[in-house]
Design a protein. Sequence first.
Length: 349
Amino acid sequence: MERLRPSRCFFVVFCCILVFFCSLSWYNMKESRWHLRAMFSCDQHPVESTISSLIENNVRLDRILYPKPETLKPPRTDVLTIAPWLAPIIWNGIFNSDILNAQFHKRGVRIGLTTFAIKKYVRFMKDFLETAEKFFMVGHKVNYYIFTDRAHEIPNITIGEGRHIHIINVTGYQRWQDVTMRRMQMIRDETYSRFINEVDYLVCVDVDMRFYGSVGVEILGDVFGTLHPGFFGASRQQFTYDRNPKSVACIPVDEGDFYYAGGYFGGKIEEVYKLTNFCHSAMMTDKAIGIEALWHDESYLNKYFLYYKPTKILSPEYVWNNYYGSPAAVQIKRFVGVDKNYDEVRFRR
Ligand SMILES: CC(=O)N[C@H]1[C@@H](OP(=O)(O)OP(=O)(O)OC[C@H]2O[C@@H](n3ccc(=O)[nH]c3=O)[C@H](O)[C@@H]2O)O[C@H](CO)[C@H](O)[C@@H]1O
Ligand SMILES: [Mn+2]
């Protein structure tokens, strides 16, 4: 048998390497299902630079002292602290903020807080921002993203170091229902044009609220929702899901885990994209046949979380309303609805 000459051998090896890299990049393109891939792709984060930055930034392992967790003495037994799909449910007393802060500081996370102040709702902005400065993600990098049609009315308040306010100019819709529902579309559109480059996590909340207690990194996870304060003890039948079989938001009476609040969700940018994109598309599908779900964006959010389970669930401490009194299970009211005259704030000019 003829022996392979070195030059031919080299040529064969070269071809093999070429074929390998071509198929790798083809596979990469084929697997990409959404356009954010461009932002996560190797073009912007070359593997070599990631590895060298890892070598330079050796992870520091610091000593940290705290009481030992007790396997046989769970800190809370009065409430459910884990969902059947193993998502933790965050209640006061079950976590240690010092441990969490140390872990998240090591990763240098950047958190975006989105809210909408359209038309008269701009009046809630001052309290919202001032209390957020005291209680929201203190010590971490925070970007406030305020969607508004009244930029000139956004109060000028002093912001802590590492925190920034960004105004996003949008036009308000005539009907209040459209204002609340279109938040999904507007958040979605900013995920790939902006948020993906600026923050790691998003927290998306109502503006007619005030912080009264700490809201920290314990809430962060891939994708999270919050138990509505009016329904955490309710049965499936009592949940005010949309029941119209013609609506995309419809949930049958024999399904449903929790009733999630429309005014508080979030997660990693890619997950918030998926969530807001689903909700907005579902609303558009319904709109085309003249349907609007019972509780607007909240109904679509509940549909999404039924089949795309949140990886973390926040207790109603995180979106309380004093209308529901002071049940024993809610030891801290961290973020509470501000009393408002619905008619005045929504309808009168
Ligand atoms: C705490 C909570 O879970 N709230 C939800 C609840 O009602 P709410 O009664 O809390 O709804 P809302 O009047 O606060 O409207 C939701 C949000 O839309 C924005 N907005 C609304 C109207 C307007 O003219 N200008 C403006 O900026 C503002 O950020 C407001 O906080 O149900 C709504 C759907 O019906 C939404 O799912 C809300 O998120
Ligand atoms: Mn509200």
